[in-house]
Design a protein around this ligand. Structure first.
Ligand code: ZN
Ligand code: ZN
Length: 498
């Protein structure tokens, strides 16, 4: 849920007199590949006489019926919430609460077509727990406990279900990291499911830092291949990789394998794009996304889910200006978190929505079209410098730490731009324009306008490997594993081009 709604719910549920309270709200589905998320929408607060506060709060059946009808009218599901004023952390479902929720679960599903979501608020630390009454029917109706509840306010506050997603054991290799922020922050950070979209010069540095910090579940998505022109900035890439046209996600695999400090790491390499239906579906399984892409279409997709699905996206980018008489005029790198309560990528100026169609119809891959663009068009610039990619990655990671670790309780700083020539950081005072469609789509979930389509360039790239090159890659990989004790062992033997 977004922080503004969470604040309103907490204000209602946590009473000054310390008594338990309750209310209803509505939810919308956001469906990933393996995960179903319920996006909490507006509360349906009790009217006079609809609920009673006396130790254990109770409500009149008319209130449940009214709230279920409101949800049905909005084509949303029903949520029942109550508080444990002195509770902390994930609240187990006791028998009384289970019976109370089961008693309205059939009604809720019957009227709305969606399972009832039950939620408990722990008053001590504003922790939420949740379950969906999605199994069985009638007297046999049963719930599935959720894995986590995410609230995106000034920072990302996640309550984890310690049974389904246990606190990871701190590893000796993580001591210095954990000393920086303590066990609890580490337990939250390590359990976030993080996707890095784009395994390029910025993305691969982000991947390494996340793995070293102990994040357990990291996925990397890219369909592109290593080329010789990438070797000046692509972390861990070798001449052999360029010769074999290795998928960039193979570099991510190598980096993750070497850098991971988590006890039970889960790494996923996805040779797809967020612009493809399967890519979007995979994206919705994650708690947070790093946008290390540089084209308008993937940015549009990420901007869409940042609001429609309340999925925080950490985006940034690098722009270099060559001097007209040679030399460098300046370099800029930007970083920002986009999701509810923050300006979107289109309004910040990170991409122009009218360019999305140019990418979808293939114009951006047409050399004739590109040659016709002005020399300073963001669609044709291709300068890049390794040191500055690292700076851009660092700016993204700083936003991540502000959002998740929230030093001194401060969240992410808003959009930042750093300038190399003067070494200044600008806070960009931007908000979404009136009528911004992204800001208006908060919580749309599965009702979002579908930003995906078949992706011709990704299809071509995946189909471009000859059988010989695939065979050679897998042969070298197995030799590498068997004989040289490391993914880069054999690569080091290949002499540099002189
Ligand atoms: Zn209770
Ligand atoms: Zn906007």
């Amino acid at each position: 849920m977004d922080g503004r709604r969470a604040d309103a719910l907490v204000a209602h549920l946590i009473r000054a007199d310390g008594e338990e309270d309750l209310c209803f709200a509505t939810w919308r589905p956001s469906t990933g590949r393996h995960r179903q998320t319920a996006i909490i929408m507006d509360p349906v607060l009790p009217e006079a006489g609809e609920r009673h506060v006396h130790g254990n709060a109770s409500y009149e059946s008319g209130y449940a019926l009214r709230a279920a009808r409101v949800a049905a009218e909005r084509c949303e599901g029903l949520v029942f919430m109550h508080a444990h004023p002195r509770g902390s952390g994930w609240q187990p479902l006791n028998e009384i609460d289970a019976r109370a929720e089961a008693s309205i679960a059939n009604l809720a599903r019957g009227l709305t077509g969606l399972p009832l979501v039950g939620m408990t608020l722990g008053g001590n630390d504003r922790s939420w727990s949740a379950r969906a009454w999605d199994r069985g029917a009638g007297r046999e109706i049963a719930c599935t406990h959720c894995e986590s509840v995410r609230v995106i306010g000034r920072h990302l506050h996640v309550t984890f279900n310690d049974t389904l997603r246990p606190r990871p054991v701190i590893q000796p290799s993580q001591q210095r990291t954990v000393h920086a922020w303590g066990d609890d922050v580490q337990a939250s950070l390590a359990r976030l499911r993080v996707l890095v979209a784009g395994a390029g010069s910025v993305g691969l540095h982000v991947v390494e830092s996340l793995a070293r910090a102990g994040v357990q579940h990291i996925a990397v998505m890219d369909f592109d291949r290593v080329e010789f022109v990438n070797l000046d900035r692509l972390s861990s890439a070798t001449r052999l990789d360029a010769l074999l046209r290795r998928p960039k996600v193979d570099l991510a695999r190598r980096i993750l394998g070497q850098a991971a400090t988590a006890g039970y790491p889960l790494h996923e390499l996805l040779e797809t794009s967020v612009c493809e239906p399967a890519g979007l579906e995979a994206l919705l399984d994650f708690d947070l996304v790093f946008s290390c892409v540089d084209r308008p279409w993937p940015r549009h997709v990420l901007n869409t889910v940042a609001y429609a699905d309340l999925l925080p996206v950490i985006d940034g980018g690098l722009r270099l200006e060559a001097g007209s008489q040679g030399g460098m005029r300046n370099a800029y790198w930007r970083s920002h978190v986009v999701t509810a309560g923050r300006p979107c990528l289109a309004c910040i100026g990170q991409y122009d929505p009218s360019d999305v169609q140019l990418e979808r119809d293939g114009s951006l891959d047409d050399p004739v079209y590109i040659a016709g663009l002005p020399s300073n068009s963001p669609l044709r610039v291709n300068q890049n410098v390794s040191a500055l990619s690292i700076a851009a990655a660092s700016a993204l990671l700083n936003q991540f730490l502000s959002l998740v670790v929230a030093p001194s309780g401060m969240g992410d700083p808003g959009p930042l731009r750093q300038r190399l020539a003067t070494h200044k950081i600008d806070h960009l005072d931007v908000s979404c324009v009136d009528g911004c469609p992204y800001a208006a789509s908060i919580g749309d979930g599965d009702k979002r306008l579908d930003p995906t389509a078949p992706h011709a360039r990704a299809d071509r790239m995946r189909a471009s490997d000859s059988r010989r090159i695939k065979l050679l890659r897998s042969l070298l990989d197995s030799m590498d594993r068997a004989m040289l004790g490391g993914a880069t062992g054999l690569a080091r033997l290949v002499a540099p081009v002189r």
